[in-house]
Design a protein. Structure first.
Length: 326
């Protein structure tokens, strides 16, 4: 019973501890090797994220500036288009009116012009007496007056009084309008390209951020495993200390039991067979397990109690002392 209780359980416990700490050491080495790769990977990812963020900010500033320039260019283009359209209309009306006047002067002889003027004056006086309105203002003259106003406004706006110079200026404005339209189209293409790059950078940033979050979560899991490993190592050290203490106590117990066993064997026995058996056991004491020794001690203790039953130990000790004195 004692042998089955001590030996197998102790050996099984030792084998389990050896296997457990060997497996724990292997896991610790693999986790340490894997952990050494987390730092450089995370640093490179952080540097890439910072670089992409700086580039994204630069592209955003360029895109904002391009949009502002496009809006300014489009506003200037619309203003020039409106001015050019108004000038073309006024120029067409002015030229049409001039052609009509020129044709009318070419068709009439010179004396008829004076007659026409005098007749117009007479009619205007008659109309003025009848209606009270200014008869010199006709539709054609009103158109001429409006054209003159337009011409004056163009001269005040452009600062050019010569018709040829004004035509050259409007040709230049038309060319500028064409170039501005081309610049506007190029700006729109560039804006679209920058927007696409911005979307790609945002997607890359989100991907890098998700990878970084995943790596950080793995690092947190590794730190938890490391903490668990440290706790296991501490538990192993405490269990090893307890095992050493139990082994020391076992050694002390064996020495004490062997001493008691020897003392019991030295006690005289009443049976010769018991003495012979004790001599054999003493000879092979190192080969006997501790539980067997304890059982033998208990048997010898019972046998000693039976032998001493009814034995006057006090009188026997007194007799022994008297024999020593005599």
């Amino acid at each position: 019973m004692w042998q089955g209780f001590f030996e197998p359980s102790l050996s099984s416990f030792t084998l389990y501890n050896c296997f457990f700490w060997k497996k724990t050491g292997q896991n610790h080495v693999s986790i340490t090797q894997e952990r050494s790769t987390y730092g450089p990977t995370l640093e490179s990812m952080e540097a890439e994220i910072r670089r992409c963020s700086v580039k994204l900010k630069q592209l955003k500033e360029v895109c904002i500036d391009a949009v502002r320039q496009r809006d300014e260019t489009l506003g200037e283009l619309r203003r020039l288009e409106e001015l050019l359209y108004a000038y073309q209309k006024r120029r067409e009306l002015e030229l049409l009116n001039m052609r009509r006047m020129l044709d009318s002067y070419k068709e009439q002889p010179t004396p008829m012009k004076a007659l026409v003027i005098e007749d117009a004056i007479d009619k205007s006086e008659e109309n003025e007496q009848l209606t009270g309105d200014d008869p010199t203002v006709t539709d054609e003259q009103g158109l001429m007056a409006s054209l003159e106003d337009v011409y004056k406004e163009l001269k005040s706006v452009t600062g050019v009084s010569n018709h040829n110079d004004m035509e050259k200026m409007f040709v230049q404005l038309e060319n500028s309008t064409t170039s501005l339209r081309q610049l506007s189209q190029e700006a729109e293409v560039k804006q679209k390209s920058l927007q696409d790059q911005n979307d790609q950078l945002k997607a890359a940033y989100l991907e890098l951020k998700s990878i970084g979050d995943f790596k950080l979560s793995k690092i947190s899991a590794h730190e938890r495993k490391q903490g668990h490993m440290d706790a296991l190592i501490e538990k192993k050290n405490s269990m090893q200390a307890e095992l050493n203490r139990l082994r020391q106590q076992l050694t002390y117990a064996r020495l004490a039991i062997e001493h008691i066993y020897v003392k019991l064997q030295m006690t005289p026995s009443t049976t010769k067979s018991a003495k012979k058996q004790a001599a054999v056991i003493l000879k092979h004491l190192t080969e006997i397990n501790l539980p067997d020794i304890m059982l033998q001690c208990m048997e010898y203790q019972d046998q000693l109690d039976n032998d001493l039953d009814g034995y006057d130990l006090v009188s026997e000790i007194s007799n022994m002392n008297l024999e020593k004195v005599s």
